[in-house]
Design a binder for this molecule. Structure first.
Ligand SMILES: [Zn+2]
Length: 132
């Protein structure tokens, strides 16, 4: 319910305002711009709340609580990455796209996160592939 009010609702309201402004109002009117601006502001509020929600502590339920305390490199694995190259002509127009395989390294990290409110620790493994 908290998630619905703080995260989903701002997105719904902003999308509704946005379409209402586009469909119903003449672009010359001030109310169009006010409505558009409100849609954008409410949308940003939704984004901020979404990011706070993603850092929620599972134990105490506080939002924006988890922060990284340690990032430990577990292993490095040689791998490859698929890269899309775009060939352009003299005018800068894309005439052909092709996929090439480039060498890369996969870094595996063990991440430790701690809650700012109750000190609960959460850990997880994550991968990051970086082109050599
Ligand atoms: Zn907590």
């Amino acid at each position: 319910m908290k998630t619905f009010i703080r995260v989903v609702l701002p997105f719904l309201i902003s999308i509704r305002l946005f379409f209402y402004a586009i469909i119903k109002l003449n672009k010359q009117e001030l109310s169009y711009w006010i409505m558009m601006l409100s849609a954008i502001i409410i949308f940003i509020i939704g984004l901020v709340q979404y990011s706070r929600r993603s850092k929620k502590c599972k134990k105490c339920g506080q939002w924006n609580a988890m922060h990284v305390v340690e990032k430990e490199l577990v292993k490095e694995t040689p791998t490859h990455k698929i890269k899309t190259l775009k060939d352009t002509n003299k005018e800068g127009k894309v005439i052909r796209t092709r996929e090439v395989t480039v060498p890369a390294t996969k870094y595996t990290y063990h991440i430790y996160e701690q809650c700012s409110f109750c000190s609960e620790i959460k850990d997880y493994i994550t991968d990051e592939t970086v082109e050599n």
